[in-house]
Write a protein that binds this ligand. Structure first.
Ligand code: UDP
Length: 502
């Protein structure tokens, strides 16, 4: 390898830099990746910023206590230089749509700081063998190229979504479609699913984002290979097709959540939990298998009070006498009005319902046998965690990759039922009237997921089979396990032909 990159042959350890995107759903899988790589013979440097480090403090403490060779480096985020409010270092802190662009600008400036760190301030004596970066950090391409460091792109979403976006661009499909809500087939997709323009249009496909798009594709091209949080057995045809399209090695190494073996590491992913995990587990232990519906919409999507009330009514009135639920209401969704309503709701559903205010130990909940359904926004981490836990989904996408993930879950894998959301939320905390789903519709889907007769049994059987395959993929000798080894080999310079990503 060239430039700064020079594998340390004395210790046989490699040094890998991880650069996650600044959003909870992106940092969590990369933190899992850090532990996995460090357990497999790498020294890992995880680059973050002060506000984000504070956010993932439970993960940092846990990994540091494990004595794995992972170092968390905090570099200042140039919020002020880019015209952002102080401390705006994470996507969930962007308070208005107009701040998206300054946030991207801040990322570019941050790139210069990372470059400076890599060239002058890197306190380790170990040279850098490779950088793995989130695809949203397109600025890494130019930095890594200029320093001659081989770099691997990490795609957080499903391969199905990435392939879909790739094909839509390749065949310039969206330009000729005028109706945002007309169904059409994506040309070249192995599965003949139908999507709508409103659901597949990315921010960078919109006018004014050309520079971002250009940098994204340039960086994708320069990357040596691709790593994904999925597994071969889940997305085999999509992965095969994507490999041919992108003409690079694509290594699925997930589900990354399964790298957490003990209760504490499963619970301490992301922010500090708002509930005692052991109390939660004893509550779940008291419930019958598959009797609990878990309701949570990831780290970003927010429901206005009108939607919260409809969800509550659905959970309260679902006709199964057995139905219990755990419902996560985010800090950002809370208000005096919401609290007043929740207090009465909790009284009425006492014993069978639990409301977690804030952050829940999601992977722990989805891994419990009592949990039989998951009402989810179809964020890819949540989707994979449901699959890993063998839990059927009630799908309620909001934006980004989520509508396409819904198609994978409902139409291709057939392990979920769609709530019927059609109108995307354009900004995380802006859910228009048109996007609201009525409680009655939600109730029907809850019942279908939790009971659903023969069809429901088949869904459950299918998701359980996938859970078993997911577990095997991560075990020694499994497909994801072997791909992780390929990353280490790559960092050691054992597969040199991959270094030329162009
Ligand atoms: N998560 C969690 N507790 C919560 C909310 C979210 O542990 O209360 C985790 C969840 O397990 C997943 C991540 O946050 O790993 C959310 O990522 P996802 O891709 O599902 O959605 P996003 O937040 O990016 O929209």
């Amino acid at each position: 390898m060239n430039g700064l990159s020079n594998h340390n042959s004395d210790t046989n350890m490699v040094h890998i830099i991880l650069i996650p995107y600044m959003a909870q759903g992106h940092m969590i899988p990369m933190a899992d990746m850090a532990s996995l790589l460090a357990s497999s013979g790498a020294v890992v440097t995880f680059i973050t910023t002060p506000v984000n480090a504070a956010r993932i403090r439970p993960i940092i403490d846990r990994i540091e206590n494990s004595h794995l060779p992972v170092r968390f480096v905090q570099l200042p985020f140039p919020s002020a230089e880019a015209g952002l409010p102080a401390g705006c270092e994470n996507v969930d802190l962007i308070s208005s749509p107009g701040l998206h662009k300054p946030f991207m600008e801040a990322l570019s400036i941050f790139g210069e700081q990372v470059k400076l760190y890599l060239t002058t301030k890197n306190p380790t004596t170990m040279p850098v063998d490779c950088i793995i970066f989130d695809s949203k950090n397109s600025w890494v391409g130019a930095v890594a190229e200029s320093l001659g460091i081989p770099h691997i792109i990490f795609y957080g979403p499903s391969c199905f979504y990435i392939l879909c976006s790739h094909l839509l661009k390749k065949y310039q499909v969206l330009k000729s479609i005028e109706d945002d809500y007309k169904l059409f087939k994506v040309p070249g997709l192995p599965e003949p699913v139908e999507v709508m323009k409103a659901h597949v249009m990315r921010l960078m496909d919109r006018p004014g984002w050309e520079k971002v798009s250009e940098e994204f594709y340039k960086t994708e091209k320069s990357a040596c290979c691709v790593v994904m949080n999925t597994f071969e057995e889940l997305e085999m045809s999509g992965l095969d097709k994507f490999r041919k399209e992108i003409m690079k090695e694509v290594w699925p190494i997930g589900p990354l959540s399964l790298s957490n073996k003990d209760l504490d590491s499963m619970a301490m992913r992301g922010k500090a939990c708002s509930i005692d995990t052991r109390l939660l587990l004893s509550w779940l232990d008291s419930k019958a298998p598959n009797s609990v519906m878990f309701v949570s919409f990831g780290s970003l999507s927010r429901n206005p009070i009108s939607q919260l009330v409809q969800i509550g009514q659905a959970l309260e009135s679902a006709s199964s006498s057995q139905l219990s639920f755990i419902w996560v209401v985010k800090e950002a969704e809370r208000s005096e009005e919401v609290e007043n309503w929740l207090a009465e709701f909790e009284e009425r559903t006492k014993g069978r319902g639990m409301v977690i205010r804030g952050w829940a130990p999601q992977a722990v909940i989805l891994g419990h046998l009592a949990v039989g359904g998951f009402m989810t926004h179809c964020g890819w981490n949540s989707t994979l965690e449901a699959i890993a836990g063998g839990v059927v989904m009630a799908t309620w996408p909001r934006f980004g990759d989520q509508f396409v993930n819904e198609r994978l879950v409902v139409d291709v894998l057939r392990i979920g039922v769609a709530v019927g959301a059609k109108v995307p939320t354009l900004f995380v905390n802006e859910m228009s009237e048109k996007a609201l789903v009525k409680g009655e519709e939600v109730r029907k889907v809850v019942e279908k997921v939790m009971q659903g007769g023969e069809e429901g049994d088949e869904r459950r059987k299918r998701v359980r089979e996938l859970a078993e395959k997911a577990r095997k993929a991560m075990e020694e000798g499994g497909s994801s396990f072997e791909n992780l080894k390929r990353i280490i080999q790559f960092a050691k310079g054992e597969n040199k032909h991959l270094e030329r990503g162009k």
